[in-house]
Design a protein around this ligand. Structure first.
Ligand code: FAQ
Length: 329
């Protein structure tokens, strides 16, 4: 289990800024409080830079790895129109990764270093993409509900403090909203289709629900970085806040389709106005994000292959008078 608590985090916070010039820190925090955007050449605490690189880099990796589970369905999508739509979605996700790598680069870490950290397993990416998309219905559930979760998170954080990241998020959210409509359309089609189609989408939803609950990050009392990220308006809501917003928006829509969720305790608590649910299995979450999920090895192997097979292209682009040619194999 995670050992950190909010109280320990509060104590840690002052240590994190102990080496900063107090005057500069106060000015920086006043700008954050006033809702200013921080730009790459502005002064910022080392911890702000470090946290942003960590979070934006992980986000970029999530987009690029996130294209893989759905990508496996491009060749098998039912019908030409679905195939075109899925191909466009997958291309968008890879494009989001490019925007995010560029935003992270403004903070001083090169794209090459980020991609190396990904393929060496030094850097995390979203837990959800370590699960397989077993059927076409899984791709529909991903496009609807993972994109929905991503929008909840990114719409809130697009009001955050770091200019290059929030501008990337605004653009990404616009495209994700389209993905969400595409995913919803696919889920509705299956849920209102034949008994077999309904069964398929129900099974996919049941499979994906635990990873979706994990998607928003560990509960607030276990989260390590939330407090400092919220203090500096990088995260505009805690993990539990985001999870609650998602449940509020999507559980009624799921139930309206006559689909069920695999949590007998899931209900809106009239007294608190919040959703009650069974505490997600945080040990499984920790295992999966640290490399031991059903598809971690496969996902990284694909990225490694792309890195190796695409090397000559990158080298050719970087060198004008290039002697590089495509390998024969
Ligand atoms: N998966 O202290 P916290 C998408 C890690 S984009 C893996 O609470 P924080 C689009 C966390 O890194 C999806 N690891 O962390 C799409 C930390 O480990 P570290 C990605 C996770 O940063 C759709 C440790 O646990 N979205 O889906 C996860 O305050 C369809 C402690 O956690 C973003 O990245 C997780 N779910 O909050 C693509 C949005 N949660 O670094 C294709 C930006 C936590 O100390 C198809 N990121 N961890 O080793 C965020 O909003 C935050 O970073 C959170 C985590 C909320 C993800």
């Amino acid at each position: 289990m995670y050992g950190n608590t909010y109280i320990e985090n509060s104590e840690k916070q002052n240590k994190l800024t102990a080496n900063e010039d107090p005057k500069k820190l106060a000015e920086f925090e006043a700008r954050i409080a006033a809702g200013d955007k921080i730009e790459p050449h502005d002064w910022m605490p080392a911890e702000y830079r470090k946290q942003l690189v960590r979070m934006i880099e992980q986000h970029a990796h999530s987009e690029i790895i996130g294209s893989l589970p759905e990508g496996t369905w491009i060749t098998r999508a039912p019908g030409f129109r679905r195939k075109l739509a899925l191909m466009a979605k997958v291309q968008d996700e890879v494009g989001h990764a490019q925007l995010l790598y560029s935003a992270a680069e403004t903070l001083g870490k090169s794209r090459e270093d980020m991609l190396n950290d990904l393929i060496k397993g030094n850097s995390k990416y979203s837990n959800v993409f370590n699960y397989p998309a077993l059927t076409w219905a899984d791709s529909a559930v991903i496009a609807w509900l993972i994109d929905a979760g991503a929008i909840v998170n990114q719409l809130a954080n697009s009001k955050g403090s770091y200019g290059p990241y929030v501008r990337a998020l605004e653009r990404i959210c616009a495209e994700e909203s389209f993905h969400l409509k595409y995913g919803h359309d696919n889920v509705v089609f299956l849920a209102t289709g034949t008994p077999k189609q309904r069964e398929m989408v129900q099974e996919a939803l049941t499979r994906w629900w635990p990873p979706i609950m994990h998607f928003f990050g560990p509960s607030d009392k276990l989260s390590v970085h939330t407090e400092v990220l919220m203090r500096w308006k990088v995260k505009m809501g805690s993990n539990d806040d985001m999870r609650q917003t998602f449940l509020d928006m999507y559980v009624p829509k799921i139930w309206d389709l006559g689909l069920t969720l695999p949590d007998p305790n899931l209900k809106k608590n009239e007294e608190t106005g919040k959703w009650d649910y069974t505490e997600p299995d945080w040990d499984e979450f920790k295992r999966v994000i640290n490399g031991d999920g059903p598809c971690n090895k496969e996902r990284l192997a694909v990225r490694r292959m792309a890195e190796e097979k695409g090397r000559w292209v990158r080298q050719a682009i970087l060198k004008k008078d290039s002697q590089y040619v495509a390998p024969l194999s």
